[in-house]
Design a protein around this ligand. Sequence first.
Ligand SMILES: Cc1cc2nc3c(=O)[nH]c(=O)nc-3n(C[C@H](O)[C@H](O)[C@H](O)COP(=O)(O)OP(=O)(O)OC[C@H]3O[C@@H](n4cnc5c(N)ncnc54)[C@H](O)[C@@H]3O)c2cc1C
Length: 390
Amino acid sequence: MRPNFENTAIAFELKSDSQLERAYFLFRMIANEPLVRIGSAVTNFALKAHLPVEGLIRATVFDHFCGGVNEKDCLSVIDNMYSKGVHSILDYSAEGKEVDNQFDFAVQKTLEILDFVKEKDAMPFAVFKPTGFGRFKLYEKKSAGQPLDEKETAEWSRIVDRYEKVCKKAHALGVALLIDAEESWMQDAADDLALDMMRKYNKESTIVYNTFQMYRWDRMDYLKKLNALAKEEGFKVGAKVVRGAYMEKENDRAHEKGYESPICKSKQETDENFDAAITFGMQHLDRITLFAGTHNEKSCLMLVDLMEQHQLEPSNTNIWFGQLFGMSDHITYNLAQEGYNVVKYVPYGPVKDVMPYLIRRAEENTSVAGQTSRELALLQKERKRRKLDS
Ligand SMILES: Cc1cc2nc3c(=O)[nH]c(=O)nc-3n(C[C@H](O)[C@H](O)[C@H](O)COP(=O)(O)OP(=O)(O)OC[C@H]3O[C@@H](n4cnc5c(N)ncnc54)[C@H](O)[C@@H]3O)c2cc1C
């Protein structure tokens, strides 16, 4: 059956009354754009100055958007969601690291999570971020085609080794591994690495997935080219299709440096590009495995309808829906209720290291970005249903 995203009883079944109230309070706070901007600045400052704000952050945004500070914390969250048919992806979200031992630590985390994925049906994928494994500036230089000096060449080969280590293990265990996408000016180098890994490890089944940010107008061409290459060379394409999270940064940089922005000219163009990627993926399911990472109800329903047109069961393992923990439960839980493969990204890590991630979530949810009013309306509807709104 087509999922009913209005069903708040299913959407919030796992939330106690007090958790529901916290979510309602939180979304009301972050609906206020100036408050988010001031709050983000103050919080960053307070953490840097070692002021005792961690407890407050944990009790509010952190616990809403993150599974915990370590894997162990996340286990109860994962089991709880799985009791409703919702899968999890543990996402070690410490960001902005710049030195080798921190990159090696992220590799270690990914390797451990791959073992978890092998063991736990609730966890179908592991994930990593390109800049979790190497310096942003080096990806940038490589993407620009600039020559690397001797030291940088050695540094780059350590990044390649890190990709190789995690993809090789994922392949040996037979578990799927997603690679996130980031800013366009470092992405070419990351795409080349992902392609090498797909060539090597996606011969029999889809192990490695790259991310396609459809707010970029060039991504449809890229997806088509990759599909043609995969056909020619005989490998599978893992395609995590998203809209993209760095729009303002992309537009600002293009404007500043005077080049054409890589971002679509309007939201509608991004939406059409996203739909085109999903439709293309559905037409090539013999080669492409699709992961639609989105909170957009229309996009999710479009994929549901396409599955029906192609006479595919909701549980078909070539198609996954994904949302972020703490967002769009009405989509996640109602899809799971109807038997679709759906998964939550569950970020975790030390509070101060996860802050850039949390700030992105808060900014994305301000009234300007638009998603909050929908979250708030659904939370309010559920408060009414539970008679909490008196
Ligand atoms: C499971 C999952 C994994 C993700 N992984 C990644 C990742 O690896 N890399 C990454 O960058 N993001 C990632 N994201 C975030 C994603 O790219 C979006 O930022 C977020 O999901 C909002 O888009 P939407 O499809 O959910 O919803 P919508 O609210 O329908 O779309 C909002 C998005 O539309 C685009 N947009 C908005 N206004 C305009 C405009 N004026 N012109 C052009 N485009 C516009 C922007 O991309 C904006 O984020 C992921 C999201 C999920 C759920």
